[in-house]
Design a protein around this ligand. Sequence first.
Ligand code: NAP
Length: 261
Amino acid sequence: MTAALGQGVVKVAVFGAAGRMGQAVCRAVLDAPGLDLVAQIDVDDDPQRAVEAGAEVAVDFTHPGATMQNIEFCARNGINVVVGTSGFDEARQDQVRALLHGTEVRVLVAPNFSIGAVLMMKFAANAAPYFESVEIIELHHPDKVDAPSGTATRTAELVAEARAAAGSAPMPDATLSPSQGGPGLDGARGAAVESIPVHSVRLRGLIAHQEVLLGTVGETLTIRHDSLDRASFMPGVVLACKKTGTLPAGLTVGLDALLDI
Ligand code: NAP
């Protein structure tokens, strides 16, 4: 049985509490009125501590390999989950839907918790049908283990959906890669996510940045978002801790489900 949220103080456990994001989340939860940090769990800790502390919602900023186990554990114990960890593709989302089936547990997976990034995704999807070409460049610190980023993947999916709904023609691109008999190098055109080219840069000094490039005859539009500090993610994480219990049971993808935009 999932603990009811929405009234009083929400008890929060943090998985990945010793990580870069986890530490920032713990501070944000401690500072947030209406939230109580009851368990900080990292790789060597027993997750049972979250249950014993009465956690109502668990925040996961760990590694793609660990998140699914943490969700399974929370689902078994009636704890809602807010997932920030990247790498949550369609196959993993289907796994989560299957494991939540018949439970009252809510899992919110947000590829990006910053309001600016959520708006960037929304603006990109709105603009996409008006341009022939769309490409995404995501730029991150070199300690990030996954590429492309969850935000870039989600943006590409939203852009592809908008283009499909508008009946957009395939994007113009004369490139012939070596495997197609052309000159040049395989990979030079990036990875294709739903047919949208996504380019990943890993550079010391960066945190998390993304550009969506849109082009048509005679004009281009660039939508750029920069997370300059991990603090940018915290209002979204705090909102998710407070509101995930109000979502329908099962899986929800995207912070926009909790925002009126
Ligand atoms: P990080 O510094 O490596 O932190 C991950 C932490 O989780 C580490 O302390 C790690 O321990 C720990 N951990 C590993 N397995 C665990 C388990 N089973 N249970 C509990 N803790 C476990 O990484 P980060 O920079 O904080 O990023 C974490 C994730 O958040 C990444 O996937 C990143 O892409 C994502 N992210 C998402 C957003 C968003 O808005 N959605 C924003 C920023 C980052 P060890 O190091 O000992 O393995």
